[in-house]
Write a protein that binds this ligand. Structure first.
Ligand SMILES: Cc1cc2nc3c(=O)[nH]c(=O)nc-3n(C[C@H](O)[C@H](O)[C@H](O)COP(=O)(O)O)c2cc1C
Length: 337
């Protein structure tokens, strides 16, 4: 199962192994990709990953988590990203880009953080400015502009970051969204920004598959549950969501008791309640675990930190599971003992 192909819209993957977005905080203030990013992503493609989702990339400077995140807010940022996309393709993987606005979790110190409501993430963070409707519309436009640039670069898909307590996630959660206008107050209000971003991205890049990453649980009383998230997703999925990427937490500092596969029930619930294909994972390290995740009905499995430790993990997994896969010719001597 792990090594069977998968298709969503125009995205066809050779296997079910996903490298989820992981910030490497290795860009400069300019947000430009450099040799680090090129080697980092090309290596996972050579390693046999089916889909790489590039780390959170800011749709504006002040929407970055830190001033060392990648950015896609102007055309000068395209060229080094195009080099990465070409290499990943050449070595047999597909690549999506995660578009992000960090909202109240932005630590870019020369710009003011913004959020649905003026509540800081914790006492270590700044108090954000509450966004006006006009400022929200401008941010929606920046997601669309970044998606257009992503299509120009040649990415195979766009992922909208609506998880982990960043801006869209802040709107989705009743713990961080205390608004009483059209963007808060009810599930439909809290889901409005996500719906507008998906619609704007869909209009900007009609042919590209859209992945949405969500936190299916806030791990805190009064916060979102998988059922509440499914209800909101059902209100907006018609705007153009093709694939759901299911994570959890980081909306507040609450920490879950994590164990291998702890988020898999969330992925299965969201798949069942929305009818969308899902990417699931969390603390997966072992090929048999990964195979079992796919067997339970999760369409694609992500391995984050394991792929930081072992960029060639998919090759080892194929060996363990007795699967025949293509190897790059220069590595053929390493395929068998
Ligand atoms: C160093 C690091 C950076 C991360 N950055 C992002 C990110 O940019 N976007 C995102 O959605 N998740 C991010 N995550 C979360 C991972 O995508 C993944 O959900 C998490 O590591 C759990 O999966 P794992 O147990 O397989 O590592 C990051 C995780 C790590 C360890």
């Amino acid at each position: 199962m792990l090594f069977s192909p998968f298709t969503a819209k125009s995205l066809t993957l050779k296997n079910r192994i996903v490298m989820p977005p992981m910030c490497t905080y290795s860009a400069g203030r300019d947000g430009l990709a450099n040799d680090w990013h090129y080697i980092h992503y090309a290596t996972r493609a050579v390693g046999g990953v089916g889909l790489i989702i590039q780390e959170a990339t800011g749709v504006e400077d002040g929407g970055r988590i830190t001033a060392r995140d990648l950015g896609l807010w102007h055309d000068g940022q395209l060229e080094p990203l195009a080099r990465i996309v070409a290499a990943v393709r050449q070595y047999g993987a597909k690549i999506a880009i995660q578009l992000n606005h960090a909202g109240r979790k932005s630590e870019v110190e020369y710009l003011e953080p913004v959020a649905p409501s003026p509540i800081p993430f914790s006492d270590k963070y700044r108090t954000p400015h509450e966004l006006t409707a006009a400022a929200i519309a401008a941010i929606v436009g920046r997601f669309a502009a970044a998606a257009r640039r992503a299509a120009a670069v040649g990415y195979d898909a766009v992922e909208i970051h609506a998880a982990h307590g960043y801006l869209i996630s802040q709107f989705l959660s009743p713990l961080s969204n205390k608004r009483d206008d059209d963007y808060g107050g009810s599930p439909a209000g809290r889901a409005r920004l996500l719906g507008e971003v998906v619609a704007a991205v869909r209009a900007a890049v009609p042919a590209l598959p859209i992945i949405v990453r969500v936190s299916a649980s806030d791990w805190e009383p009064g916060g979102n549950t998988p059922e509440a998230m499914a209800e909101m997703l059902n209100l907006v999925k018609g705007q153009g969501i093709d694939l759901l990427h299911v994570s959890s937490g980081a909306v507040t500092p609450a920490v879950p008791r994590a164990f291998p596969g702890y988020q898999i029930p969330f992925a299965l619930t969201l798949k069942e309640k929305t009818g969308l294909p899902v990417i699931g994972g969390g603390l997966i390290t072992d090929p048999i675990q990964a195979e079992q995740v796919v067997k339970t009905g999760v369409d694609l499995v992500f391995l984050g930190r394991e792929l930081l430790r072992s960029p060639y993990w998919p090759r080892k997994a194929a060996f363990v599971l007795g699967e025949e896969t293509d190897w790059p010719e220069p590595y053929l001597r390493g395929k068998f003992l």
